[in-house]
Design a protein around this ligand. Structure first.
Ligand code: MG
Length: 461
């Protein structure tokens, strides 16, 4: 009798599922009786079946940074989700990927099936992966998580397992044109409550400044400039100057700020691997929290050499595209912090997989959080940060008043901790009227900084 009841219930639910899949919107096509309808209502907590009706790009450029957000609309009036698809250097290509391809592919799909939609979209172009398609996919993926949170009446971190911590420890960016100026700036963030500060002198790599980018105390001439090689705005990178200046900077910051603050630095893959290894070893007395991106992804094999020579913690991965790129280095414990640019790899769904993998290898998260991520993307970072046990640190940005007029409900930082608001979903909304005041320029505004060696050879970040 009891078994019959269970079987009836199971087949009822199965039939309900078939009815919904085959019936389009609402419960049309499903001929359930009142009791069966009630069973379905209870199983789904009263949520109606929901389909995607439109996927579109919202582009806005409030501060010379092209921010792209994906809006996923549903057949429930007023219920939509937002996701970040910001790829500053190729913004128009991402907009086309969303409006011309994703919309057609996704309309009519069941918004609840995030994993299925992710997998289907990922392979829908046959030739897959890459920053343009992954950013478009990320916007879709984050928007679906946003919708799921709104449907469940919960913040997304709850759907990922709930909070592991009360706040998200994050780092601020200190800079300056001399070791002393960087130390001053670092102290100002410590005074604001930050326990972690990233220190950079003269932009990424002090000698980047010497070719005319940013500012510096001394100018080192570059032969390629004298010869008129390259473009007038190209920058010069002097590896000897840079590697020495970073050690001087760490020394000055430790002397001024003491031993308690955690210090971070990003090499940004800009020197030869052996120069990077030598410099990292010289930084040991100053106990870096982590050194980021010592090598370009093309030089990943140097990690083994680095690990044999120093115990300085290493962060890597913001240039990776495909979650598979993390697997081998994580299995071999070649770095300590996973850098992920969440929109670059396709959103929350793949980022969670890499984060969970890290737990088994004692590798912590350090999600990329620069200015060219929209507040929706920062919120997506933060929801994962709350939910994964092996969280390490979060890069933080300050949202200008203008950004906060466009995006409401942005994550915020207090005493060096980042928080999200507790509304269902990712918690960030967009004022499309405000966003439209800052349209995307027709011409590409930003290419990545062109950096050259003394003889003019391009340096790969
Ligand atoms: Mg970096």
């Amino acid at each position: 009798m009891e078994l019959n009841k269970k079987l009836t219930r199971r087949s009822t639910l199965r039939n309900l599922g078939l009815g919904i899949a085959g019936g389009g919107l609402g419960l049309s096509g499903f001929s359930a009786n009142a009791e069966e309808r009630e069973t379905y209502r209870k199983a789904t907590k009263g949520l109606p079946p929901l389909k995607i009706t439109r996927v579109s790009a919202i582009a806005t450029c409030p501060h010379t940074i092209e921010l792209i957000v994906v809006k996923v609309e549903t057949n429930e009036p007023g219920l939509y989700g937002l996701g970040c698809a910001t790829f500053r250097q190729r913004a128009h290509a991402v907009v086309a990927a969303i409006d011309k391809y994703l919309n057609d592919f996704c309309v009519g799909r069941d918004v609840d099936n995030i994993e299925d939609i992710w997998q289907a979209t990922y392979q829908s172009s046959y030739w897959r992966n890459g920053p343009v398609l992954n950013n478009a996919l990320s916007g879709l993926d984050q928007a679906l998580w946003d919708i799921k949170g709104k449907r469940a009446n919960m913040p997304v971190y709850q759907l990922l397992g709930g909070k592991c911590r009360f706040g998200i420890d994050c780092y601020a960016h200190a800079g300056g044109n001399s070791p002393e100026a960087v130390a001053e700036d670092a102290q100002s963030y410590i005074d604001k409550g930050f326990r972690h500060v990233r220190i950079q002198m003269g932009g990424y790599g002090a000698s980047q400044a010497l070719g005319g980018y940013g500012a510096s105390q001394e100018k080192i001439p570059a032969d390629f400039k004298d010869k008129g090689f390259g473009m007038p705005d190209d920058n010069y990178m002097d590896p000897i100057y840079y590697t020495k200046s970073v050690v001087d900077m760490f020394k000055a910051v430790r002397e001024k700020c003491g031993d308690r603050v955690e210090l971070l630095h990003d090499i940004h893959e800009r020197v030869q691997p052996t120069d990077a290894i030598r410099m990292i070893k010289e930084l040991e007395p100053y106990r870096p929290f982590f050194i980021e991106d010592p090598f370009s992804p093309e030089n990943n094999r140097y990690f083994k050499l680095l690990r044999q020579q120093t115990s300085v913690p290493i962060a890597m991965g913001e240039l990776f595209n495909n979650p598979h790129e993390w697997v081998d280095p994580m299995k071999d414990q070649l770095f300590d912090f996973i850098r992920i640019h969440i929109s670059q790899i396709g959103g929350i769904t793949p980022a969670m997989k890499v984060a969970r993998l890290g737990e088994f290898f004692n590798i912590k998260t350090a999600w990329h959080g620069p200015g060219d991520v929209s507040p929706v993307g920062h919120a997506a970072n933060a929801h994962i940060d709350f939910a994964v046990w092996n969280f390490g640190i979060q890069e933080s940005v300050h949202f200008s008043d203008r950004i906060q007029e466009i995006f409401t409900g942005c994550p915020y930082v207090e005493n060096g901790y980042m928080y999200v608001n507790e509304v269902p979903g990712l918690g960030v909304d967009i004022n499309e009227k405000e966003a439209a005041k800052y349209p995307l320029p027709d011409k590409q505004l930003n290419n990545w900084t062109q950096l050259r060696k003394n003889d003019g050879t391009i340096i790969r970040p």
